[in-house]
Design a protein around this ligand. Structure first.
Ligand code: ADP
Ligand code: MG
Length: 359
């Protein structure tokens, strides 16, 4: 989950004073009428926000435009739900899961399926959208679970694995009809990318898209600076304004996965909603959250989940082989304290360097 830093007050510092001077200059230069001093038409665009609920979460899109783009954004959200929502009986994925013989997949489904297969391969099966029956078994689907047993986990795991399913033109082909799909670990990030493409087509140069904490930024904010967002502290209760690190998002995406809020209690034990498909069990290591920064929000989302499954050490190895992907890990140390690990470039290029004061 991500907090935008607009809820954070700047301490008086150099950047703030520069901004103030720039603001003063803008007012001083402002002239009356619809043309600037140089005779060109005035920029009538202003920052607007489209917001609402979608995909079981919230979304906020801030953008600088001279027209309301909420209807276009809402129709994208609807189309993606119709393709990938496991909570809609009529969606393409629900019909694929029911083995409907007539179902044809759309481009959105194909894009996310192909990216999922790529991450499945390079993560050695840690990221796997066929994890669906295990997600349900552990109580993260519609049914609750009071106890678990190793035999059930073993027999369910036989129907998990992206090697048992493939795309053939616009159809899904399964070797095993009990294989089902869950796009939750990647669909939100993908939705952010599709909204970004829509805004790009509308020639919007400045925006911040946030769908359930998966974010993409372009250009600058309404205060004239790079968009800054905060990585939320891994606390069970939401605490507005509490964050671990502030991040400069210069035309980049950021996605976070965490175990600190979405978990279930079974037999008195806490289980994360991130499942390791290789063991059939929820992950049990000490990672609390992983945030990933890269160009594409779909990949940031997929990698954030992958790193949550792999744990810190195996994630470091995978990160070494990935170009242009940076990450920030928060883990629990022995005394219950939080520790961090971040990639070199994350500290050097991405962490916001100004001093912040929480409101
Ligand atoms: P969040 O950002 O809310 O922490 P993620 O993007 O990590 O969520 O997605 C978690 C969801 O993805 C789970 O609720 C489950 O539906 C699904 N999932 C769980 N484990 C895996 C996995 N190993 N690979 C792919 N999807 C998974
Ligand atoms: Mg994810």
């Amino acid at each position: 989950m991500i907090l935008e830093a607009s809820s954070i007050r700047f301490i008086f510092n150099k950047t703030f004073l520069n901004n103030l001077t720039a603001l003063g200059l803008c007012f001083a230069l402002a002239s009356c009428g619809n043309v600037n001093n140089d005779g060109n038409p005035k920029d009538t665009r202003s920052y607007m926000a489209a917001k609402g609920e979608a995909q079981g979460t919230f979304y906020v899109v801030k953008y600088k435009a001279d027209q309301n783009l909420q209807p276009g954004i809402d129709s994208i959200l609807e189309i993606i739900d119709l393709s990938m929502s496991g909570y809609m009986d009529a969606s393409i994925v629900s019909r694929v899961n029911r083995n409907s013989s007539t179902v044809q997949i759309d481009n959105h489904f194909a894009n996310v399926f192909n990216a999922s297969k790529e991450v499945y391969s390079l993560s050695g099966g840690a990221f796997d959208i066929t994890v669906a029956p295990l997600v349900t078994y552990w109580g993260f689907g519609p049914t609750q679970r009071d106890s678990t047993d190793t035999n059930s986990i073993k027999s369910i795991s036989k129907h998990v694995g992206m090697d048992k399913i493939r795309l053939d033109q616009n159809r899904i082909v399964k070797d095993d009809t009990l294989v089902t799909l869950d796009f939750n670990a990647i669909a939100q990030g993908y939705t952010v990318d599709v909204i970004a493409e829509y805004l790009d087509r509308q020639l919007i140069e400045h925006y911040l898209i946030n769908v359930g904490g998966e974010i993409k930024a372009k250009g600058i904010n309404d205060r004239g600076s790079i968009w800054v967002v905060g990585v939320e502290s891994p606390l069970e209760e939401v605490q507005i304004g509490r964050y671990e690190v502030a991040v400069d998002l210069k035309d980049k995406s950021l996605a976070t996965s965490g175990s600190y809020r979405k978990y279930k209690v079974v037999d008195g034990l806490k289980y994360s909603h991130t499942i390791d498909p290789r063991t059939g069990r929820p992950v049990e290591h000490n990672l609390l959250s992983v945030s990933v920064v890269t160009d594409n929000c779909m990949m940031a989302d997929a990698y954030a989940t992958t790193f949550m499954v792999l744990g810190l050490n195996a994630s470091k190895v995978l990160l070494d082989s990935l170009e242009g992907v940076d990450a920030y890990f928060i883990f629990e140390e022995e005394e219950g304290e939080w520790g961090n690990y971040e990639t070199y470039n994350f500290r050097k290029e991405i962490v916001h360097s100004d001093t912040f004061l929480l409101e």
